[in-house]
Design a protein around this ligand. Structure first.
Ligand code: AMP
Ligand code: MG
Length: 493
């Protein structure tokens, strides 16, 4: 028996003062473009009403039972500059869905019209960027990286004015929650300690319930530690697939540890830690190689908010919070090491392996090698893959210049395991298919400009299985052709 589509209003009930009750703007002609039935099934959402009424329900035009739509308030550091009031300027939280395991999931709309937090913006979203968020979120999920996910994309039937008029759209997305570092900053700057405690206890109950047993300041120190752990792991995972978030502002860092807010993000092709795709990131603040440092910077901003909860003695509170924060580099490095060791087939990794891992990346940087395919090339070598097979799959031969490094690596791998087994294990953690920037652009342009949805469906199919190589997916493993670059991404506003 399918359950009824009914939402809870948990955030609305628990965190008054952190939102404005609000409704979606009326739109002329909502039309469903994409419905993520796989996600709906995973969450136990009833398919029948989504199939027939998604356009009205997921555009906020028809109320979902139990829903109390609201725009969330938050602050944030944008490119290092603090803004005390950002908030959902074009988004709404419809409410939370409780899945069959009892977990709550935010059901959230983006592009649903102006709100009290819109500032100068129109509250709208264009179809291309919303499809981009759908594709990239699904890709991240299939790669095994925590992410918010799109449930649906719909057209609104009206045009939104950007550099030129574009088809308007709404994205309905699901997240563990939309609590951000910026949510804490919003409360901290207003010096409302009661609300701060309520927010923090809410975040703990929802995302770190094991910490509820801790009393007093210890609980909030443990909270910072737990958020830090998840961020260290998340950012190390991004690094492992060459993902560049592009706008790691504190309002885009999730307390639950999910990848959130797919704006100008993109994946590395040629390996270079200084890579930036975003047109607005002129100083490279959010470059690939800067992400761990920025992650820590954002966590310092979260720690600053927690001072009054940790200890009445401010100096003492700061000392304890600093203690936690100082563990970030080692924690991140450990996560990074585990991920990159697995990418190179190394078991029981040790700190002394770092040089071997880093030297391989240096080789890729020096030679402008494709980050994704480099690891598949090494694995194909171990499996003695015939040339014809490599060509059918799009896996290049590894260059002779890698030979000195390769000898060190083979030495480290040892002889206990057959090389073919090591290669197969590497293939299970090194994607062959990532959302290649040119493929994403081709699919989005076909859908949003020519109403041809085949390339997008094909791309979603390929990205759903990023680790298993298939000859029929050959074009999707190939790097961006020379004529395409330099690639630039834009904030989806
Ligand atoms: P983002 O960089 O997408 O995370 O957005 C940063 C802030 O700008 C958030 O407060 C958004 O709600 C707001 N914003 C972005 N685009 C628009 C828009 N078209 N209309 C109103 N607010 C927007
Ligand atoms: Mg944002």
């Amino acid at each position: 028996m399918e359950r009824e589509l009914r939402l809870e209003a948990d955030f609305a009930a628990e965190l008054e003062g952190l939102y404005a009750p609000w409704q979606a703007a009326p739109i002329p002609n909502p039309q469903l473009c994409l419905l993520n039935e796989g996600l709906a099934i995973e969450l136990g959402l009833p398919l029948a009403p989504l199939r027939t009424e998604a356009a009205a329900l997921l555009s906020g035009q028809r109320p979902i039972p139990g829903s109390r739509p609201l725009a969330q308030a938050y602050a944030g550091h944008q490119f290092g500059v603090f803004n005390p009031q950002l908030g959902d300027g074009r988004a709404l939280l419809l409410g939370e869905w409780r899945d069959p395991q009892g977990r709550l999931w935010d059901l959230h709309l983006k592009g649903s019209g102006r709100t009290p937090f819109s500032r100068g913006g129109d509250g709208k979203a264009a179809l291309g960027p919303m499809l981009r968020e759908y594709v990239l979120g699904e890709a991240m999920h299939a790669l095994g990286i925590p992410s918010t996910r799109a449930l649906a994309v719909l057209r609104t039937g009206e045009a939104v004015q950007r550099e030129r008029p574009l088809p308007g759209a709404i994205l309905a997305r699901v997240a563990a929650s939309h609590l951000r570092v910026g949510t804490f900053q919003y409360v901290a700057i207003r010096e409302d300690e009661a609300l701060l405690r309520r927010l923090c206890d809410y975040a703990i109950a929802r995302h770190y319930p094991e910490l509820q047993a801790e009393a007093g300041g210890t609980r909030y120190l443990a909270f910072l530690t737990a958020v830090m752990e998840r961020q260290a792991r998340l950012i190390a995972q991004w690094m492992g697939v060459g993902f560049i978030h592009g706008v790691m502002n504190t309002d885009n860092m999730s307390i639950a540890g999910e990848t959130i807010d797919y704006g100008p993000c993109a994946f590395l092709d040629a390996y270079d830690p200084a890579t930036v795709f975003s047109s607005i990131d002129q100083n490279g603040r959010y470059a690939y190689g800067e992400q761990p440092r920025i992650g820590q910077w954002n966590l310092v901003r979260l720690a600053e908010c927690l001072v009054p909860l940790v200890d009445a003695d401010v100096d003492h509170a700061i000392a304890q919070l600093t203690d936690v924060l100082q563990r970030f580099p080692a924690r991140y490095q450990q996560a990074w090491r585990e991920i990159f060791a697995a990418k190179l087939g190394i078991l029981a990794v040790r700190e002394t392996d770092d040089a071997l891992l880093e030297d391989f990346l240096q080789l890729l940087a020096d030679e402008h090698q494709d980050f994704t395919l480099a690891f598949r090339s090494l694995a194909a070598d171990l499996q003695a893959m015939p040339v014809a097979e490599r060509q059918r799959l799009g896996i290049p031969a590894s260059p002779a210049s890698w030979q000195p490094w390769r000898e060190r690596w083979l030495q480290r791998l040892g002889t206990d395991r057959p090389q073919s087994a090591i290669g197969a294990a590497m293939d299970r953690v090194n994607p062959i298919y990532i959302p290649r920037n040119h493929q994403v652009e081709i699919a989005l342009a076909a859908a949003s400009e020519a109403d041809d949805w085949r390339p997008l469906h094909k791309l979603l199919e390929v990205l759903a299985n990023p680790y298993s190589a298939r000859p029929e997916y050959l074009p999707y493993s190939e790097p961006m052709p020379g004529g395409f670059g330099p690639y630039r991404t834009f904030c989806g506003t």
